[in-house]
Design a protein around this ligand. Structure first.
Ligand code: PHE
Length: 392
């Protein structure tokens, strides 16, 4: 409902206005009313527009106010034009006309001003939401660390780099030829039983069979096929066996293979190299020994032991009890090795009469466990950050 007693609903005659001065005064009143309304804060304006029954549910108060004043049919300006201007006596018409024009211009200007300022505040509010506050503390993303096996791999590599070895790598999926035959392990040789092997399920017709390598030794063959002596390489990598997981077994683990072949390599070079490595890795005070062993691709073959790093080789722990790590023997079994069996050279077209060399294969996880006092190999593969974080 329009406000009671709205002067713009009446004619000037009904309002008793007869001379130009009174006209101007009446217009001034209307203008004041507008100025007052447009200056209202949004909630007041909303209240007023509700009162005036101008606020449609879909409209914001500022748009309602605009319609209230300049709406084509029922807006205040339209009413003035209908009720004041049209029926005005000829004497008053020019002044009513010019006052109405002035009022129109004033109202339009102010409405536009209001619209712009509302737009600006809305824009500012929106961009305040999007703005990046450079003074806020940043998001701290955790930086990972090297896995202990990777660290130990690096340590081992550095030691061998220092005596002229280089790193080569080979595939984790192998053919039986490289994993067994070329290493002098023929099809029905019993040592194949030691390495319960993962064979791959291949699609029908695919050339095969293929298996997950059970040791890094196939890379000895791959390297010798490609290079002529002298060869001095180490081969770090993952290997796979069908072992049941326990504290010392895992179906995937890491080895580092070593191979040195030249025209004049002796057993002394072999033991000297191993001893150098072990002392660099565990410390000068450790002692090494080797025991006879058997591998089809080395002859003679040995098993290298290191004096127990937990009890200093005494076999008794600090408390006087038998050392649990070496079970009182004072020695810890480290890895297999040997002089390259001449039969292997036959597979790679090396002249077995001219060349000689040695090879070794160490369990990297085992070396890491011994050096860093870890008693369960499974922790290397569980990726529990509480473990990993201890080795930054
Ligand atoms: N490949 C052997 C194994 O995994 C270790 C080894 C490597 C032995 C090289 C001798 C020479 O058990």
């Amino acid at each position: 409902m329009p406000t009671v007693d709205n002067p713009t609903e009446k004619t000037l005659a009904e309002l008793g206005i007869r001379d130009p001065l009174e006209v101007a005064a009446e217009f001034a009143k209307v203008r004041d009313r507008f100025d007052f309304q447009i200056a209202l804060p949004a909630d007041e304006m909303r209240k007023l527009m509700l009162q005036e029954a101008w606020l449609g549910s879909e409209l914001d108060p500022a748009t309602s106010l605009r319609n209230f004043w300049v709406g084509r049919k029922r807006g205040v300006l339209a009413l003035i034009s209908d009720n004041w201007l049209k029926p005005a006596p000829t004497v008053l018409k020019p002044v009513v006309g010019s006052e109405l024009n002035k009022l129109k211009v004033h109202i339009e200007a102010k409405l536009e001003e209001k619209r712009l300022s509302l737009e600006k505040t809305a824009g500012e509010q929106a961009s305040a939401k999007d703005r990046i506050d450079l003074s806020l503390p940043g998001v701290i993303r955790p930086i990972g660390s090297h896995h202990l096996v990777r660290t130990v791999m690096q340590e081992i590599e550095d030691i061998f780099f220092s005596i002229g070895f280089s790193v080569v790598e080979g595939p984790e999926i192998e053919t039986p030829y490289y994993n067994f035959e070329a290493l002098n392990i023929p099809e029905h040789h019993p040592v194949r039983d030691d390495m319960d092997t993962f064979y791959l399920d291949l699609p029908k017709g695919a050339p095969g069979p293929l298996l997950l390598r059970t040791h890094t030794s196939p890379v000895q063959i791959r390297t010798m096929e490609k290079r002529q002596p002298p060869v001095r390489v180490i081969v770090p990598g993952k290997v796979y066996r069908r072992d049941n997981p326990d504290a010392t077994h895992s179906f995937v683990f890491h080895q580092i293979e070593g191979l040195a072949v030249d025209t004049d390599i002796t057993f002394c070079d072999f033991t000297g190299t191993i001893e150098y490595f072990v002392k660099q890795f565990f410390g000068e005070s450790v002692k090494t020994r080797f025991r006879p062993s058997y591998f089809p691709f080395t002859e003679p073959s040995v098993e290298f032991d290191v004096s127990c790093i937990f009890c200093g080789g005494s076999g008794t722990g600090a408390s006087g009890a038998t050392c649990g790590k070496c079970k009182g023997s004072g020695w810890i079994e480290l890895f297999g090795a040997g002089m390259v069996d001449p039969a292997v050279y036959g597979f790679v077209n090396y002249d077995a009469k001219k060349v000689s060399g040695f090879a070794f294969g160490m369990g990297m996880d085992r070396l890491a466990m011994l050096k860093y006092g870890i008693d369960d190999i499974q922790v290397f593969f569980q990726n529990d950050v509480r473990f990993l974080r201890q080795f930054p």
